[in-house]
Design a protein around this ligand. Structure first.
Ligand code: BDR
Ligand code: CA
Length: 318
């Protein structure tokens, strides 16, 4: 079977980094490119994190830097959750690679036109780059096989009571993307809050005989601090991993057709994804349930599938 071609537009970001590891390790995926946006930390930092993490994982996928700012609101970040450098205090060697010459939006348009109908686009950060790609070419998203967005919520937010971080960080971009008419799946907090890296799951990842396991376990433990503080949970929600798992194992997710609009009125509701059941017309597929065991099994199996990441049990103990 041919490998699934994937581009991920991301803002690493702990859970973005976890999604990247799953995509790179998974033998059924060809990671075509990584486009990077502002988000959890500055664009400069998310781009360097993507380069360093890919280099650490031995991936040669090109990295394209995108927008440093949202379309119209002021810039926000989440360093209080992901750490000053964005990947939970894990330090990586500086990559020899630099970003490719094109912007993220230009690269998205080019890949979509070069290989129409064959690439899945995952979006795990604010949707600024994707909206910019739509501004370059209004039909660009219809040229992807599917578009899977981590963002929004059918219920409450996490950055404000109403809004989820990726949408709140650029609500205008999100509205453009959701209204584009593309075949789009939204995986919001109502779903990703079902995917918790409990201490058992972190221990199980740490015990895998790969050199990638320890930094991933440390990132998850760092991420948990914020979830413990905010929700009193004993683990973090690994939101962005869900997009990769959805692309490879859609049967682990239940979706419902919904109309989704973003509240753009500046006030308490700013950035809320207003979701209503769709009975007719063009709708988004909104994830309502996730089999979290299958999501973590997907991650573990991806980690074990990459022979270049294997270490001996002795090396793991030192
Ligand atoms: C989303 O916001 C970011 O902080 C995470 O990386 C994830 O994409 C969750 O609300
Ligand atoms: Ca993210």
């Amino acid at each position: 079977m041919p490998r699934k071609k994937i581009i991920i537009d991301c803002d690493p970001g702990i859970d973005d980094a976890i999604a990247l590891a799953a995509l790179i390790g998974c033998p059924d995926v060809e990671l075509v490119a990584v486009t990077v946006t502002h988000g959890n930390v500055s664009l400069e930092r998310t781009t360097q994190n993507a380069l360093d993490w890919l280099s650490f994982l031995g991936s040669k996928a090109p990295v394209f830097a995108g927008c440093a700012k949202p379309l119209s609101r002021s810039t926000i970040a989440a360093a209080d959750i992901h750490g000053e450098h964005g990947i939970g205090g894990v330090t990586l060697p500086i990559a020899p690679q630099v970003p490719a010459a094109e912007t993220a939006a230009e690269a998205l348009v080019r890949y979509a036109n070069e290989q129409p109908g064959t690439i899945t686009l995952l979006a795990t950060g604010p949707l600024t780059n994707v909206a910019m790609a739509l501004q370059l070419e209004s039909s660009v998203l219809s040229k992807f096989e599917q578009v899977v967005v981590m963002g929004g919520s059918t219920t409450e937010g996490n950055t404000t009571p109403a809004a989820e971080f990726n949408i709140f960080a650029d609500p205008h971009a999100a509205q453009i993307v959701f209204a584009s008419g593309a075949k789009l799946t939204m995986i919001g907090l109502n779903a990703t809050h079902q995917v918790i890296a409990t201490p058992d799951r972190v221990a199980s990842i740490r015990a895998l005989p790969t050199y990638v396991s320890e930094p991933l376990a440390r990132m998850m433990e760092f991420y948990k601090i914020a979830y413990n503080r905010k929700y009193d949970w004993d683990g973090a929600a690994i939101h962005d991993l869900c997009t990769a798992a959805f692309a490879l194992h859609p049967a682990a997710f239940k979706v419902e057709p919904m109309h989704v609009a973003v509240d753009l009125n500046e006030g308490a509701e700013f950035g809320r994804t207003i979701c209503s059941p769709a009975t007719s017309g063009r709708a988004l597929s909104v994830v309502t349930e996730v089999d979290s065991r299958r999501v973590f099994d997907f991650l573990e199996s991806a980690l074990l599938s990459a022979p270049q990441w294997r270490i001996s049990a002795d090396a793991q103990r030192t």
